[in-house]
Design a protein around this ligand. Structure first.
Ligand code: MN
Length: 255
């Protein structure tokens, strides 16, 4: 509670009727069905906004990646949807190196973590969730390192091929991978989360990252909604959390 971060404020225009939240799609060329379902949802959703709360991409080591074949298709989908919707992008632990070039090309607005959303008078705090997993000390130390601007500047100054090689190394070494992703068994810290909510004056938290979708109470009068990860290639998971004036509902992607 001591260090609840200041939240960025977003106010939903009064004429909006629905906001979709998705996260943890982990898009990559190896998951074509997941990509197609995501692209179809962005084309067909009747919502006024889609807020992506982290880990849209399996890996993002710099905005030069948007010139690669698969990532270029992702940018086309986002830019097409951005013509008729507001698309918000919050970084996750996989795609924290998404920069202003990609946001501009894709027509997305950046949502800092956390973001405080005021939608029709309802205050909702949005986070990827990894920063709240305090019990995972190894991951939090890694996170502090890679979120440091000096570290990022030095990493992004390396050639793209070298950055990709570093990422491949992390993924092949299980200890390093666990540091990179966080321990899957770790949930968010309730006290930290309720501290963030109090600081934001919010009663509802929406986050992803843990890949354990659900809705529960995290304190007196405090609710949280955990977003589903998406995997339609090896699995059968793809949920959208939709907020309207009437509240939250979980729906299948639009097609
Ligand atoms: Mn994550």
């Amino acid at each position: 509670m001591a260090g609840a971060p200041a939240a960025f404020d977003v106010v939903a225009p009064a004429h909006w009727r629905a906001i979709d939240f998705i996260s943890d799609l982990h898009l990559g060329a190896a998951l074509p069905r997941t990509f197609e379902a995501w692209a179809a949802h962005l084309r067909a959703t009747p919502a006024d906004a889609v807020f992506i709360l982290g880990d849209l991409f399996e890996l993002w080591v710099g905005d030069e990646m948007r010139e690669r074949e698969f990532e270029r298709r992702c940018v086309e989908v986002l830019a097409g949807a951005a013509q008729r919707l507001t698309i918000g992008f919050m970084a996750g632990n996989r795609d924290f190196l998404v920069g202003e070039d990609l946001l501009r090309n894709a027509g997305m607005i950046r949502l800092p973590d956390p973001t405080r959303l005021d939608a029709w008078g309802r205050i909702v705090l949005l986070s990827h969730g990894d920063a709240l997993c305090l019990a995972d000390h190894d991951y939090q130390a890694f996170r502090r390192q890679v979120r440091d601007p000096a570290w990022q500047g030095a990493f992004l100054a390396k050639p793209l091929a070298e950055r990709l090689a570093v990422a491949a190394e992390v993924r092949s070494a299980s200890a390093a991978r666990q540091r990179f992703d966080g321990d899957a068994a770790t949930d968010i810290d309730r006290d930290e989360a309720t501290g963030w909510l109090a600081a934001a004056g919010a009663a509802t938290l929406v986050h992803g990252h843990t890949h354990r979708p659900g809705d529960d109470a995290i304190g007196a009068g405090l609710q949280r909604h955990v977003l589903s990860d998406w995997d339609l290639d090896g699995g059968d998971r793809a949920d959208v959390l939709r907020l309207t004036r009437d509240g939250f509902e979980r729906i299948a992607p639009a097609s």
